[in-house]
Design a protein around this ligand. Structure first.
Ligand code: ADP
Ligand code: MG
Length: 727
């Protein structure tokens, strides 16, 4: 009988021809999005104005207006063939969620009517108890409601009108990623606008911009179906590295196989209709690894679009007989996947605050935002790092792969020099000559410097790349709202501190505004110098340097997460009204539980796989060898051993591996039993990290050795070389 693997490999040769041809017509950009400009056609002028004001000022939209908006949305959606509507939201589980309701209801007489009014637009009640956060009854009420986020436009997806929403408990705590993100954006806007006023009084609003780069693997779905580990955990728990890996470097920017191209075309067409401005896709470092990136957008929208695109990718992949692996390290010894998040600030007047300008004054503005962002990252480096950790991302960060777990910052040697020169300005009031000198020779030179500043560092976790910061530690699977919320909040706090310091010097020390800014910048630069160093140093040197400078080096989730509930973090989030202490503790607990259950599932899956797939296959092969040895004995009689020596050695080797696997599984189960009775969530996560995770490597080692030994014909699981080289 053939193994499922062999059957799947046979199917693979015809898989390409069975894929539906992608449609050739590209839809109009955002054809399925109901932007406010379209809404304008449906509302009268007063109602439209009222809505814009509510969105800008974050004031509630009254029911009458909500009814009008709902009816406009319904008319548009039905005209586009939609039959259902749903509140679409991002619960803390990392995926997106929705609960579909039909537009069509029956009236009292049993006649069909369309019903979608303000009430349905503004609120919907999913059952929160099954989402993380919802089950913690002591902290939150078990149920929550979703509420329309009017800052993100509604869209039609698979005949359903999707209403981007927040997910909130009855007691007012956020149960999702979006509610805290929106709050952090608001605080950042307030703080940044005030700092802008030192330079330009006309600035009325500052938005954070976000451009993510999504990496992923694309794997044939029938081959993946032979692997319970991929299906259950999103990564391979077994598998020997193929003899050809990424060392040939022929995948990066190489030609994309036809099957993949068709998937990408389809994906692009769907993303276009949904208004996701996807711009680039190319091969990544590893075989079967790809990246997709859009043009950057306002952070709120960028987060929605990333979540939506990940959803879309899963669906498109199914259609094309692929599965997408968003896991950060699906294949051992092969490059992992991240989601670099590029972040900057833009004013309503169109100025990128992290891009050097044309005049000394605009460059001083640039430096203020630049230095304060670094100061924020330095002050809260452990928290920022914690915002990106997870069991799956731990397999990528802090091991042999860039970026490192130490949150150092790279800004290039030219900007480093500018900071050093600024640090040397005189204390107190500056002489007119000194000011002119700085303006001409230090900050005046920045634009030229940046243009030919080509030394781009690729390994730093938080790098300045010319006109934005790039946070590279974020995992490919993560919802990027999480780290963006932290980044927005810490920068808001720092900008407020900066404003207080500058205002203090102006009001109390009677300094001129630019003197006060120079003085505050000088002090800030002195306080942040420890975060810069060349991350290209060899690992040990970097690690000991980080330790000396007091930077954290948390390589695992249980080590990193406590930063969320450190006093400095609670103070930060409470002061800015982003999270209460209670909410922080709840989220901390959810993250710990998620970590523990992730490793628990991996450990169980590996145990089952080894016992039900690997050992029986190894024994089957031993039986073949035994038959062979018996046959040799029949032919050669007493001297058979001369001829059967190698076979007997292989038999023994297999027995040894089986014994090691079995004892490993036994010990792993014992360790699990011990860990499972631990009540404290943090101690439990640590136990899973320290006492169970190591078994995943040791058991795997012996299974992988068996893969190399056992007859390929009977091996049940698709091998790396088969999974990774799609043709
Ligand atoms: P790479 O990092 O691959 O060299 P780019 O420098 O072109 O590529 O940009 C990477 C990402 O940064 C893109 O997704 C882009 O949209 C985003 N990006 C560019 N400018 C900004 C900005 N001002 N704010 C946020 N993201 C930005
Ligand atoms: Mg990048």
């Amino acid at each position: 009988m053939q193994t499922l693997r062999k059957e799947s490999l046979l199917k693979l040769s015809t898989a390409s021809s069975k894929i539906p041809k992608s449609s050739t017509r590209t839809p109009d950009f955002a054809a399925n999005v109901f932007h406010t400009s379209k809404l304008k056609q449906f509302l009268n002028e007063r109602a439209y104005k009222q809505m814009q004001q509510s969105i800008d000022k974050k004031t509630p939209i009254n029911m009458m207006l909500a009814d009008q908006i709902a009816s406009a949305m319904k008319a548009w959606a039905i005209s586009k063939g939609a039959t259902h509507y749903t509140h679409w939201f991002q619960p803390i589980s990392g995926a997106t969620a929705e609960k579909h309701d039909s537009f069509f209801n029956l009236d009292k007489k049993g006649l069909q009517i369309e019903k979608f009014e303000g009430e349905q637009l503004v609120q919907q009640m999913p059952h929160a108890a099954s989402f993380p956060g919802g089950s913690i009854r002591n902290t939150f009420e078990a149920r929550g409601f979703t509420t329309w986020d009017p800052t993100s436009p509604v869209f039609i997806y698979e005949e359903t009108l999707c209403i981007p929403s927040l997910f909130i408990s009855y007691t007012g705590e956020a149960l999702d990623y979006k509610a805290p993100l929106l709050k952090s954006l608001q605080k950042l806007n307030d703080a940044a606008t005030e700092v802008c006023h030192y330079f330009d009084k006309t600035v009325a609003k500052v938005n954070a911009t976000l451009g993510w780069e999504q990496e992923y693997f694309l794997i044939d779905s029938s081959l993946a179906a032979t692997r319970p580990d991929i299906m259950l955990t999103g990564r391979t728990l077994l598998g020997h590295a193929p003899s050809k890996e990424q060392e040939l470097n022929d995948h990066f920017f190489g030609s994309i196989p036809d099957r993949v191209t068709r998937f990408l075309k389809d994906l692009e067409s769907q993303s276009t209709a949904l208004g996701i401005p996807v711009k680039t896709y190319h091969n990544e470092v590893a075989p079967s690894q790809y990246e997709i990136a859009p043009v950057f957008e306002i952070a709120n929208l960028a987060v929605d679009h990333n979540a939506l695109l990940m959803d879309l990718m899963n669906k498109m992949a199914t259609k094309h007989n692929f599965i997408v692996l968003f896991h950060e390290k699906p294949f051992e010894k092969i490059n992992g996947s991240g989601k670099h998040t590029n972040w900057s600030l833009v004013t309503n007047t169109g100025v990128n605050l992290l891009s050097p300008g044309k005049t000394p004054m605009s460059n001083l503005q640039f430096l203020s935002f630049f230095v304060n962002t670094i100061a924020a990252a330095f002050k809260h480096e452990a928290l920022l790092r914690a915002s990106s950790v997870s069991a799956s991302n731990d397999l990528r960060i802090g091991l042999n792969e860039a970026p490192s777990a130490i949150l150092s910052i790279f800004i290039g040697k030219h900007l480093m020099q500018v900071l050093e020169e600024l640090e040397n300005v005189s204390k107190g009031k500056l002489s007119p000559e000194e000011k002119t000198d700085i303006k001409l020779n230090v900050i005046g030179k920045i634009p030229e410097i940046l243009l030919d500043n080509t030394d781009k560092n690729r390994t730093s976790p938080f790098a300045f790349t010319g006109n934005k910061f790039e946070f590279r530690t974020v995992g490919s699977k993560a919802n990027c709202a999480k780290s963006t919320t932290v980044l927005n909040t810490i920068v808001a706090e720092q900008l407020l501190a900066f404003r207080d310091a500058v205002d203090g010097l102006v009001n109390k020390k009677n300094m001129k505004k630019d003197d006060a800014i120079f003085n505050t910048l000088r002090e800030t630069i002195t306080s942040i110098k420890d975060i810069f160093y060349a991350a290209e140093n060899e690992k040990e040197k970097t690690e000991s340097l980080a330790k000396k400078k007091g930077l954290s080096n948390n390589k695992t989730t249980p080590e990193a997460l406590p930063a969320y509930i450190a006093d400095s973090s609670i103070k930060l989030f409470e002061n800015l009204d982003i999270f209460s202490k209670n909410e922080l503790h709840t989220r901390y607990r959810i993250d710990l539980d998620e970590y523990t259950s992730c490793i628990q599932i991996e450990s169980r899956t590996l145990g089952d796989l080894a016992q039900n797939h690997i050992i029986p296959t190894a024994i089957k092969y031993q039986n073949v060898l035994i038959e062979n040895v018996k046959g040799l004995k029949e032919i050669y009689g007493a001297v058979y051993k001369e001829h059967a020596r190698e076979q007997i050695l292989i038999l023994e080797r297999i027995s040894n591996h089986i014994a090691e696997i079995n004892s490993g599984i036994f010990a792993m189960v014992e360790a699990r039993k011990k860990a499972n009775v631990i009540q404290d969530a943090h101690k439990k996560a640590l136990a899973y990290c320290e006492t169970i995770l190591p078994f995943l490597s040791t058991i795997r080692y012996h299974c992988d050795k068996l893969e190399l030994t056992v007859d390929d014909e009977i091996w049940p699981l698709a091998k790396y070389r088969e999974l990774l080289f799609i043709r």
